[in-house]
Design a protein around this ligand. Sequence first.
Ligand SMILES: [Fe+2]
Ligand SMILES: [Fe+2]
Length: 216
Amino acid sequence: MRTLSLTPVGSYREAMGHLLVLYTQVDRLIMEICAERIATAPDEPAGLALAKQVGDESRHVCIQRQWMERFGSDTTPLISTAQEEMIRQHFRELSWLEFLADLYLCVEALGSEAVEEIVPLADPGTRESLHIPLRDEQDHVAFGLSRLRHELARLAPQERHAFIASLPARIERLTVAFHGLGLGVADLFARVGADYAALSQAVARRRDEILDQVAA
Ligand SMILES: [Fe+2]
Ligand SMILES: [Fe+2]
């Protein structure tokens, strides 16, 4: 069967290379952000989970770096040094509850949903490089969600409801801030063959599922 590809191969490789760089930068930032949190974790299980995640993210960075070298990606960072510092600072200033919401609901759950949407479109090598990282991200999301529910259950009902009610706007603000970084992600996704509107819908569905789980 004759197939018609509208995406030139060179464009795919370049765009996927940039997405791999972005994913690796985000993993490294998460590693640093979690490492900083260990000292102020509210209890030992939380500290141990954060420490495990630091190890996981470090492994993801290693796997991705090795793959990017073989793939021949241009490894120029997409997120600037100043933007990285702004992101670290954002997480530093959050309460534990806000930290759980921003890191696990937004970055880990919704970020990995977007990455998972890309997997079926990726070349075999890139797909393989994402296998271990995406499996670990599921663990991280599970920890974040269960811990968020645990903390919410300890709040007074009014406080609990207020926090849950604030979550959609919180996610929206972070999404706007992420797009405000000007990384051109919509274009990169389109160039690897993703239907960006469909991808955004998948992320929105995942957001709704998670919000239901948090509120249940
Ligand atoms: Fe990761
Ligand atoms: Fe993660």
